[in-house]
Design a protein around this ligand. Structure first.
Ligand code: MN
Ligand code: MN
Length: 459
Protein backbone atom coordinates (compact mmCIF):
# COMPACT_ATOMS: atom_id res chain seq x y z
CA UNK A 1 0.00 0.00 0.00
CA UNK A 2 1.25 3.42 -0.86
CA UNK A 3 2.05 5.58 2.16
CA UNK A 4 -0.19 8.57 2.49
CA UNK A 5 1.82 11.72 1.95
CA UNK A 6 1.92 13.98 4.98
CA UNK A 7 1.03 17.59 4.45
CA UNK A 8 3.44 20.35 5.48
CA UNK A 9 1.58 20.99 8.73
CA UNK A 10 1.18 17.28 9.47
CA UNK A 11 4.95 16.98 9.28
CA UNK A 12 5.28 20.00 11.54
CA UNK A 13 2.77 18.49 13.96
CA UNK A 14 4.81 15.31 14.18
CA UNK A 15 7.96 17.30 14.73
CA UNK A 16 6.71 19.87 17.21
CA UNK A 17 3.80 18.61 19.27
CA UNK A 18 4.48 16.27 22.17
CA UNK A 19 2.03 13.40 22.46
CA UNK A 20 1.89 10.66 25.04
CA UNK A 21 1.32 7.12 23.86
CA UNK A 22 -0.19 4.02 25.41
CA UNK A 23 2.91 1.93 26.12
CA UNK A 24 1.09 -1.33 25.34
CA UNK A 25 0.86 -0.32 21.65
CA UNK A 26 4.32 -1.46 20.67
CA UNK A 27 4.54 -4.59 22.82
CA UNK A 28 5.05 -7.91 21.02
CA UNK A 29 3.37 -11.09 22.23
CA UNK A 30 6.73 -12.36 23.43
CA UNK A 31 7.37 -9.23 25.47
CA UNK A 32 3.81 -9.34 26.81
CA UNK A 33 4.48 -12.79 28.18
CA UNK A 34 7.68 -11.52 29.87
CA UNK A 35 5.71 -8.70 31.45
CA UNK A 36 2.97 -10.99 32.72
CA UNK A 37 5.52 -13.45 34.15
CA UNK A 38 7.34 -10.62 35.93
CA UNK A 39 4.07 -9.40 37.45
CA UNK A 40 3.43 -12.85 38.96
CA UNK A 41 6.60 -12.37 41.05
CA UNK A 42 5.39 -8.93 42.13
CA UNK A 43 1.99 -10.33 43.12
CA UNK A 44 3.71 -12.78 45.47
CA UNK A 45 5.46 -9.91 47.28
CA UNK A 46 2.35 -7.72 47.34
CA UNK A 47 0.18 -10.56 48.63
CA UNK A 48 2.65 -11.39 51.39
CA UNK A 49 4.11 -8.08 52.56
CA UNK A 50 0.93 -6.46 53.86
CA UNK A 51 2.63 -4.71 56.79
CA UNK A 52 5.95 -2.88 57.04
CA UNK A 53 7.29 -5.67 59.27
CA UNK A 54 6.36 -8.37 56.75
CA UNK A 55 7.85 -6.28 53.94
CA UNK A 56 11.14 -6.00 55.86
CA UNK A 57 11.09 -9.73 56.58
CA UNK A 58 10.55 -10.47 52.87
CA UNK A 59 13.27 -8.04 51.76
CA UNK A 60 15.75 -9.34 54.35
CA UNK A 61 15.21 -12.93 53.16
CA UNK A 62 15.53 -11.75 49.58
CA UNK A 63 18.85 -10.06 50.40
CA UNK A 64 20.16 -13.19 52.10
CA UNK A 65 19.09 -15.46 49.24
CA UNK A 66 20.71 -13.22 46.65
CA UNK A 67 23.79 -12.50 48.72
CA UNK A 68 23.15 -8.75 48.87
CA UNK A 69 24.55 -6.69 51.76
CA UNK A 70 21.89 -4.98 53.88
CA UNK A 71 21.24 -2.87 56.95
CA UNK A 72 18.01 -3.20 58.89
CA UNK A 73 16.36 -0.61 61.11
CA UNK A 74 14.10 -1.96 63.88
CA UNK A 75 12.19 -4.49 61.73
CA UNK A 76 10.47 -1.64 59.87
CA UNK A 77 13.04 -0.16 57.51
CA UNK A 78 15.86 -1.75 55.55
CA UNK A 79 18.33 -0.91 52.84
CA UNK A 80 20.20 -3.10 50.37
CA UNK A 81 23.62 -2.28 48.96
CA UNK A 82 25.64 -3.38 45.96
CA UNK A 83 29.18 -2.02 46.04
CA UNK A 84 30.29 -0.22 42.94
CA UNK A 85 33.58 -0.36 41.08
CA UNK A 86 34.38 3.18 42.21
CA UNK A 87 34.89 4.42 45.75
CA UNK A 88 31.82 5.92 47.40
CA UNK A 89 33.81 9.15 47.51
CA UNK A 90 32.43 9.65 43.99
CA UNK A 91 28.87 9.51 45.27
CA UNK A 92 26.28 6.73 45.29
CA UNK A 93 23.04 5.92 43.47
CA UNK A 94 19.96 5.70 45.65
CA UNK A 95 16.40 4.50 45.05
CA UNK A 96 14.14 5.13 48.02
CA UNK A 97 10.56 3.96 48.53
CA UNK A 98 8.23 3.40 51.47
CA UNK A 99 6.80 0.11 52.68
CA UNK A 100 4.05 1.36 54.99
CA UNK A 101 0.51 1.65 53.65
CA UNK A 102 -2.73 3.03 55.09
CA UNK A 103 -4.37 0.50 57.40
CA UNK A 104 -6.25 0.15 60.69
CA UNK A 105 -4.17 -0.24 63.87
CA UNK A 106 -5.73 -1.94 66.87
CA UNK A 107 -6.05 0.37 69.86
CA UNK A 108 -4.01 -0.43 72.97
CA UNK A 109 -7.01 -2.01 74.72
CA UNK A 110 -9.05 -3.06 71.71
CA UNK A 111 -11.48 -5.80 72.77
CA UNK A 112 -15.03 -5.08 73.93
CA UNK A 113 -18.45 -6.62 73.60
CA UNK A 114 -21.85 -5.22 72.71
CA UNK A 115 -25.15 -6.68 71.51
CA UNK A 116 -23.95 -10.29 71.49
CA UNK A 117 -20.82 -9.44 69.49
CA UNK A 118 -17.15 -9.09 70.31
CA UNK A 119 -15.38 -6.14 68.63
CA UNK A 120 -11.87 -4.78 68.04
CA UNK A 121 -11.42 -1.03 68.38
CA UNK A 122 -9.10 0.48 65.78
CA UNK A 123 -7.39 3.76 64.99
CA UNK A 124 -6.78 4.38 61.31
CA UNK A 125 -3.23 5.03 60.02
CA UNK A 126 -2.66 7.32 57.05
CA UNK A 127 -5.04 9.23 54.82
CA UNK A 128 -8.04 7.00 54.25
CA UNK A 129 -11.64 7.45 53.17
CA UNK A 130 -13.12 5.68 56.19
CA UNK A 131 -16.23 4.45 54.38
CA UNK A 132 -14.03 2.33 52.09
CA UNK A 133 -13.01 0.05 54.95
CA UNK A 134 -16.41 -1.38 55.82
CA UNK A 135 -17.70 -4.69 54.42
CA UNK A 136 -14.14 -5.70 53.50
CA UNK A 137 -12.67 -8.97 54.82
CA UNK A 138 -9.72 -7.99 57.00
CA UNK A 139 -6.68 -9.91 58.27
CA UNK A 140 -5.08 -9.27 61.64
CA UNK A 141 -1.30 -9.11 61.34
CA UNK A 142 1.43 -8.04 63.73
CA UNK A 143 3.26 -8.72 66.95
CA UNK A 144 2.54 -8.78 70.65
CA UNK A 145 5.47 -8.40 73.01
CA UNK A 146 4.63 -10.25 76.21
CA UNK A 147 6.62 -10.38 79.45
CA UNK A 148 10.38 -10.88 79.20
CA UNK A 149 10.33 -9.69 75.59
CA UNK A 150 8.57 -12.80 74.33
CA UNK A 151 7.55 -11.90 70.79
CA UNK A 152 4.34 -13.44 69.47
CA UNK A 153 3.65 -13.17 65.75
CA UNK A 154 -0.02 -13.03 64.84
CA UNK A 155 -1.31 -13.54 61.33
CA UNK A 156 -5.00 -14.42 60.96
CA UNK A 157 -6.92 -14.09 57.71
CA UNK A 158 -4.29 -14.57 55.04
CA UNK A 159 -4.75 -18.29 54.43
CA UNK A 160 -7.75 -19.46 52.47
CA UNK A 161 -9.33 -21.29 55.39
CA UNK A 162 -8.46 -18.69 58.05
CA UNK A 163 -11.30 -16.71 59.50
CA UNK A 164 -11.20 -12.95 58.96
CA UNK A 165 -12.54 -9.78 60.58
CA UNK A 166 -14.97 -7.23 59.18
CA UNK A 167 -16.45 -3.82 59.93
CA UNK A 168 -20.16 -3.78 59.21
CA UNK A 169 -21.96 -0.92 57.47
CA UNK A 170 -25.51 0.10 58.23
CA UNK A 171 -28.22 -1.57 56.13
CA UNK A 172 -29.80 0.78 53.54
CA UNK A 173 -33.24 0.23 55.07
CA UNK A 174 -32.28 2.34 58.09
CA UNK A 175 -29.77 4.63 56.42
CA UNK A 176 -31.95 7.66 55.70
CA UNK A 177 -29.97 9.86 58.08
CA UNK A 178 -26.59 8.31 57.26
CA UNK A 179 -27.03 8.88 53.52
CA UNK A 180 -27.47 12.61 54.08
CA UNK A 181 -24.18 12.93 55.98
CA UNK A 182 -20.97 14.42 54.71
CA UNK A 183 -18.81 11.55 53.31
CA UNK A 184 -16.23 12.21 56.04
CA UNK A 185 -18.87 11.42 58.66
CA UNK A 186 -20.66 8.51 56.98
CA UNK A 187 -18.38 6.19 58.92
CA UNK A 188 -16.52 7.82 61.81
CA UNK A 189 -13.15 6.82 63.20
CA UNK A 190 -14.74 5.34 66.32
CA UNK A 191 -17.15 3.32 64.17
CA UNK A 192 -14.23 1.50 62.55
CA UNK A 193 -14.58 -1.42 64.94
CA UNK A 194 -14.16 -4.92 63.56
CA UNK A 195 -16.34 -7.88 64.44
CA UNK A 196 -14.32 -10.59 66.18
CA UNK A 197 -16.72 -13.04 67.88
CA UNK A 198 -20.17 -14.08 69.01
CA UNK A 199 -19.77 -16.93 71.57
CA UNK A 200 -20.03 -16.23 75.33
CA UNK A 201 -18.65 -18.23 78.27
CA UNK A 202 -21.33 -20.22 80.03
CA UNK A 203 -21.25 -18.55 83.45
CA UNK A 204 -23.79 -15.96 84.64
CA UNK A 205 -21.35 -14.61 87.23
CA UNK A 206 -19.26 -13.11 84.40
CA UNK A 207 -20.23 -9.66 83.09
CA UNK A 208 -18.29 -9.62 79.79
CA UNK A 209 -18.93 -13.16 78.61
CA UNK A 210 -18.06 -12.87 74.93
CA UNK A 211 -14.95 -10.80 75.61
CA UNK A 212 -13.77 -13.41 78.09
CA UNK A 213 -14.45 -16.25 75.65
CA UNK A 214 -12.38 -14.39 73.03
CA UNK A 215 -9.53 -13.66 75.44
CA UNK A 216 -9.49 -17.31 76.42
CA UNK A 217 -8.94 -18.27 72.79
CA UNK A 218 -6.00 -15.86 72.68
CA UNK A 219 -4.65 -17.37 75.90
CA UNK A 220 -4.85 -20.88 74.49
CA UNK A 221 -3.41 -19.99 71.11
CA UNK A 222 -0.75 -17.40 72.03
CA UNK A 223 -0.47 -17.51 75.82
CA UNK A 224 -1.35 -13.83 76.20
CA UNK A 225 -3.81 -11.81 78.32
CA UNK A 226 -5.51 -8.47 77.61
CA UNK A 227 -2.71 -6.53 79.34
CA UNK A 228 -0.11 -7.99 76.95
CA UNK A 229 -1.94 -6.48 73.96
CA UNK A 230 -1.08 -3.02 75.30
CA UNK A 231 2.46 -3.71 74.02
CA UNK A 232 1.58 -4.77 70.50
CA UNK A 233 1.56 -3.60 66.92
CA UNK A 234 -1.47 -5.27 65.37
CA UNK A 235 -2.93 -4.09 62.09
CA UNK A 236 -6.08 -4.89 60.19
CA UNK A 237 -5.40 -5.04 56.45
CA UNK A 238 -7.52 -6.28 53.52
CA UNK A 239 -7.48 -10.09 53.33
CA UNK A 240 -7.76 -10.50 49.60
CA UNK A 241 -4.83 -11.49 47.40
CA UNK A 242 -3.71 -9.39 44.41
CA UNK A 243 -5.68 -10.10 41.24
CA UNK A 244 -5.52 -9.37 37.53
CA UNK A 245 -8.11 -6.91 36.27
CA UNK A 246 -9.77 -6.71 32.86
CA UNK A 247 -10.56 -9.03 29.96
CA UNK A 248 -6.99 -8.51 28.81
CA UNK A 249 -5.51 -9.02 32.32
CA UNK A 250 -3.51 -5.82 31.78
CA UNK A 251 -4.04 -4.32 35.23
CA UNK A 252 -3.22 -5.37 38.78
CA UNK A 253 -5.58 -4.89 41.70
CA UNK A 254 -4.30 -5.23 45.23
CA UNK A 255 -3.85 -3.70 48.65
CA UNK A 256 -0.75 -1.65 49.45
CA UNK A 257 0.55 -0.90 45.96
CA UNK A 258 1.32 2.55 47.39
CA UNK A 259 4.21 2.12 47.71
CA UNK A 260 5.09 -1.54 47.60
CA UNK A 261 4.89 -1.44 43.80
CA UNK A 262 7.90 0.88 43.62
CA UNK A 263 9.59 -0.98 46.50
CA UNK A 264 9.37 -4.26 44.61
CA UNK A 265 10.60 -2.69 41.37
CA UNK A 266 13.75 -1.46 43.11
CA UNK A 267 14.25 -4.84 44.78
CA UNK A 268 14.10 -6.53 41.40
CA UNK A 269 16.46 -3.96 39.91
CA UNK A 270 19.21 -4.30 42.51
CA UNK A 271 19.08 -8.08 42.22
CA UNK A 272 19.58 -8.01 38.48
CA UNK A 273 22.41 -5.50 38.14
CA UNK A 274 26.01 -6.63 37.81
CA UNK A 275 28.69 -4.77 39.76
CA UNK A 276 27.72 -1.15 39.02
CA UNK A 277 30.08 1.77 38.51
CA UNK A 278 28.68 3.63 41.52
CA UNK A 279 27.58 1.90 44.71
CA UNK A 280 23.85 1.17 44.51
CA UNK A 281 21.65 1.62 47.57
CA UNK A 282 17.95 0.83 47.64
CA UNK A 283 16.19 2.12 50.73
CA UNK A 284 12.83 1.01 52.12
CA UNK A 285 11.36 3.20 54.84
CA UNK A 286 8.34 3.32 57.12
CA UNK A 287 5.92 6.06 58.26
CA UNK A 288 5.67 7.94 54.96
CA UNK A 289 1.89 7.80 55.18
CA UNK A 290 1.88 9.82 58.42
CA UNK A 291 4.44 12.40 57.35
CA UNK A 292 7.79 10.59 57.63
CA UNK A 293 8.01 10.99 61.38
CA UNK A 294 9.85 8.77 63.82
CA UNK A 295 12.93 6.60 63.92
CA UNK A 296 11.95 4.23 61.09
CA UNK A 297 11.00 6.98 58.62
CA UNK A 298 12.96 8.66 55.85
CA UNK A 299 13.55 11.55 58.25
CA UNK A 300 15.50 9.42 60.77
CA UNK A 301 19.30 9.25 60.79
CA UNK A 302 19.17 5.64 59.55
CA UNK A 303 20.21 6.51 56.00
CA UNK A 304 22.94 8.92 57.04
CA UNK A 305 24.34 6.26 59.37
CA UNK A 306 24.54 3.80 56.49
CA UNK A 307 26.71 6.18 54.51
CA UNK A 308 28.88 6.56 57.62
CA UNK A 309 29.12 2.76 57.91
CA UNK A 310 30.11 2.43 54.26
CA UNK A 311 32.65 5.23 54.76
CA UNK A 312 34.29 3.19 57.51
CA UNK A 313 34.84 0.36 55.01
CA UNK A 314 36.82 2.78 52.89
CA UNK A 315 38.53 4.64 55.69
CA UNK A 316 36.59 7.83 55.11
CA UNK A 317 35.74 8.91 58.62
CA UNK A 318 35.52 12.68 58.73
CA UNK A 319 32.02 14.16 58.70
CA UNK A 320 32.94 16.62 55.96
CA UNK A 321 33.73 13.78 53.60
CA UNK A 322 30.39 12.13 54.25
CA UNK A 323 28.78 15.37 53.17
CA UNK A 324 30.85 15.26 49.99
CA UNK A 325 29.50 11.80 49.24
CA UNK A 326 25.94 13.09 49.57
CA UNK A 327 26.66 16.05 47.35
CA UNK A 328 27.87 13.86 44.52
CA UNK A 329 25.05 11.32 44.84
CA UNK A 330 21.93 10.90 42.74
CA UNK A 331 18.59 9.75 44.07
CA UNK A 332 15.25 8.52 42.79
CA UNK A 333 12.43 8.87 45.27
CA UNK A 334 10.19 6.14 43.98
CA UNK A 335 6.54 6.48 44.91
CA UNK A 336 3.27 5.94 43.13
CA UNK A 337 1.58 8.85 41.37
CA UNK A 338 -2.07 9.73 40.78
CA UNK A 339 -3.54 8.31 37.58
CA UNK A 340 -6.26 10.27 35.81
CA UNK A 341 -9.64 8.73 36.65
CA UNK A 342 -12.16 9.77 33.98
CA UNK A 343 -15.02 9.20 36.41
CA UNK A 344 -13.68 12.14 38.40
CA UNK A 345 -12.36 14.12 35.45
CA UNK A 346 -12.84 17.56 36.99
CA UNK A 347 -10.13 17.22 39.66
CA UNK A 348 -7.43 16.20 37.19
CA UNK A 349 -5.32 18.36 34.90
CA UNK A 350 -5.52 16.25 31.78
CA UNK A 351 -2.57 17.75 29.95
CA UNK A 352 -0.15 17.22 32.83
CA UNK A 353 -1.41 14.38 35.03
CA UNK A 354 -0.48 10.74 34.48
CA UNK A 355 -2.29 8.07 32.47
CA UNK A 356 -2.36 4.39 33.41
CA UNK A 357 -0.33 2.52 30.83
CA UNK A 358 1.76 5.42 29.55
CA UNK A 359 4.92 4.33 31.34
CA UNK A 360 6.86 5.47 34.38
CA UNK A 361 5.86 8.79 35.92
CA UNK A 362 8.46 11.49 36.32
CA UNK A 363 7.46 14.17 38.79
CA UNK A 364 9.50 17.35 38.87
CA UNK A 365 7.49 18.74 41.75
CA UNK A 366 5.66 17.36 44.73
CA UNK A 367 3.76 19.25 47.44
CA UNK A 368 0.55 21.26 47.53
CA UNK A 369 -0.76 24.79 46.99
CA UNK A 370 2.11 27.03 45.92
CA UNK A 371 4.36 23.93 45.80
CA UNK A 372 4.71 23.94 49.60
CA UNK A 373 6.47 21.09 51.37
CA UNK A 374 7.68 19.42 48.24
CA UNK A 375 10.74 18.67 46.26
CA UNK A 376 11.77 20.31 43.00
CA UNK A 377 14.08 18.30 40.78
CA UNK A 378 16.35 20.48 38.66
CA UNK A 379 15.66 20.73 34.93
CA UNK A 380 19.25 19.54 34.40
CA UNK A 381 18.73 16.33 36.39
CA UNK A 382 15.34 15.72 34.81
CA UNK A 383 16.81 16.03 31.35
CA UNK A 384 19.58 13.56 32.21
CA UNK A 385 16.99 11.05 33.45
CA UNK A 386 14.77 11.38 30.37
CA UNK A 387 17.73 10.99 28.04
CA UNK A 388 18.71 7.82 29.90
CA UNK A 389 15.19 6.40 29.65
CA UNK A 390 14.85 7.17 25.94
CA UNK A 391 18.22 5.59 25.20
CA UNK A 392 17.03 2.44 26.93
CA UNK A 393 13.59 2.33 25.37
CA UNK A 394 11.72 3.02 28.59
CA UNK A 395 8.19 4.41 28.30
CA UNK A 396 7.90 7.54 30.45
CA UNK A 397 5.53 10.41 31.10
CA UNK A 398 5.76 13.61 33.08
CA UNK A 399 3.26 13.90 35.93
CA UNK A 400 1.69 16.36 38.37
CA UNK A 401 -0.69 15.98 41.32
CA UNK A 402 -4.11 16.96 39.99
CA UNK A 403 -5.52 20.41 39.35
CA UNK A 404 -3.91 23.23 41.28
CA UNK A 405 -5.41 23.65 44.76
CA UNK A 406 -7.56 20.50 44.51
CA UNK A 407 -5.27 18.80 47.02
CA UNK A 408 -1.77 17.49 46.50
CA UNK A 409 0.66 14.99 47.83
CA UNK A 410 4.14 14.54 49.19
CA UNK A 411 6.76 11.83 49.03
CA UNK A 412 10.04 11.14 50.78
CA UNK A 413 12.05 13.10 48.19
CA UNK A 414 12.53 16.12 50.46
CA UNK A 415 14.29 13.99 53.10
CA UNK A 416 16.97 13.06 50.59
CA UNK A 417 17.26 16.41 48.85
CA UNK A 418 18.20 18.02 52.17
CA UNK A 419 21.53 16.18 51.83
CA UNK A 420 22.18 18.35 48.78
CA UNK A 421 21.95 15.47 46.32
CA UNK A 422 19.85 15.54 43.16
CA UNK A 423 16.49 13.90 43.81
CA UNK A 424 13.61 13.23 41.45
CA UNK A 425 10.29 11.49 41.92
CA UNK A 426 9.85 8.52 39.63
CA UNK A 427 7.20 5.85 40.04
CA UNK A 428 4.09 4.38 38.45
CA UNK A 429 0.61 5.85 38.61
CA UNK A 430 -2.31 4.08 40.24
CA UNK A 431 -6.07 4.44 40.55
CA UNK A 432 -7.94 4.26 43.84
CA UNK A 433 -4.87 5.25 45.85
CA UNK A 434 -5.14 4.48 49.60
CA UNK A 435 -8.21 2.28 49.04
CA UNK A 436 -8.23 -1.38 50.07
CA UNK A 437 -7.83 -2.37 46.39
CA UNK A 438 -5.51 -0.12 44.40
CA UNK A 439 -5.13 -0.46 40.62
CA UNK A 440 -1.92 -0.33 38.59
CA UNK A 441 -0.97 -1.21 35.01
CA UNK A 442 1.40 -4.10 34.34
CA UNK A 443 3.18 -2.16 31.60
CA UNK A 444 4.01 0.67 34.01
CA UNK A 445 5.49 -1.72 36.57
CA UNK A 446 7.54 -3.36 33.81
CA UNK A 447 8.91 -0.01 32.69
CA UNK A 448 9.64 1.01 36.28
CA UNK A 449 11.71 -2.12 36.84
CA UNK A 450 13.72 -1.26 33.71
CA UNK A 451 14.00 2.39 34.76
CA UNK A 452 15.35 1.50 38.21
CA UNK A 453 17.83 -0.86 36.68
CA UNK A 454 19.30 1.54 34.11
CA UNK A 455 19.48 4.26 36.76
CA UNK A 456 21.61 2.06 39.02
CA UNK A 457 23.70 0.66 36.18
CA UNK A 458 24.15 3.53 33.78
CA UNK A 459 23.76 6.92 35.42
MN1 MN B 1 3.30 6.71 48.62
MN1 MN C 1 0.31 7.19 50.16
Amino acid sequence: MEKEKLSFWQKKEKELIYKRKNAWEKISDKEKKQIFDLVEQYKKFLGYAKTERLAVEFIENFAKQNNIKYFKNKEKAICLIKKGRMSIKNGVRIIASHIDSPHLDLKRIPIYEDSNLCFLKTHYYGGIKKYQWVNVPLSLIGVVIAKQSRKININIGEKENDSCFVISDLLPHLANKQMKKDAKEVITGEQLTAIAGNIPVDDDKISEKIKLYTLNILREKYDIAEKDIICSELQLVPSFAPRDIGFDKSLIGGYGQDDRLCAWASLNAIKNIQTPKYTSIVVFVDKEEIGSVGNTSADSYFFENIILELSKDEDITKQVKTRDIFKKSLCISSDVAMAIDPNYADVFEHQNDALLGSGVCIGKNTGWGGKFQGNDASAEYMSKIIELFEKNNIAWQSTTDGKIDEGGGGTISEYFSKFNMDVIDIGACILGMHSPFEISSKIDLYNLVKAHRVFLENL
